[in-house]
Design a protein around this ligand. Structure first.
Ligand SMILES: [Zn+2]
Ligand SMILES: [Zn+2]
Length: 182
């Protein structure tokens, strides 16, 4: 985890804000995760990691909020409407500062209920805005694909309903929403 901690420290430092152990360790947990994490899961991983960082709930919330405000992470609402946090996708625009998750969609696995960030696309927002009715003005794009993640697709492999599934995630539905900007 050393290099991820280093990466996290660099990113926090690059914002010009104070580099605290809590900010660095929470960001490192997000960077290391494949999926977007609920705060309880972030806490669990902090306690398990070499860092053994014990943050109380309020502090953890504050650190997560700070990471989002600083543009180092973003949040996405899961199937249970609980916020999940991810630092992926935010590095696509590293240096420019403002990715904020608007340029990538999320994958919701209906089997394990995990949320994953999809690859960023510079064309995503423009494509969706092009689908808006005349006179509508969208500020932000949220894209969610529902299906099975790679792990679950592999675990369910050989099902008779398989449509040529590969080891990649299998998308079964797409939900699009243009949400008002903040
Ligand atoms: Zn899954
Ligand atoms: Zn994301």
């Amino acid at each position: 985890m050393a290099s991820i901690l280093e990466q996290a420290r660099e990113r926090v430092r690059a914002t010009g804000a104070r580099v605290t152990g809590a900010r660095v360790k929470v960001l490192a947990v997000l960077l290391q995760a494949d999926e977007a994490l609920m705060h309880t899961e972030v806490q669990r991983r902090l306690e398990q990691g070499d860092a053994h960082e014990l943050l109380d709930r309020v502090t953890l919330y504050r650190v997560l909020e700070w990471l989002v405000e600083a543009g180092l992470a973003h949040r996405v609402s899961g199937p249970d409407r609980v916020w999940r946090f991810s630092a992926h996708g935010d590095d696509a625009a590293a240096g420019t500062g403002h990715a904020h998750g608007a340029q990538h969609g999320h994958f919701k696995c209906r089997r394990c209920d995990r949320m994953f960030c999809m690859k960023p696309s510079s064309r995503l927002a423009g494509t969706v805005r092009g689908m808006l009715p005349d006179g509508f003005d969208g500020d932000a794009v949220e894209l969610t694909v529902v299906g099975r993640c790679a792990e679950c697709a592999a675990a369910e492999g050989g099902s008779p309903h398989e449509h040529g599934a590969t080891s990649d995630g299998v998308g079964e539905g797409v939900a699009l929403a243009v949400i008002p900007g903040r």
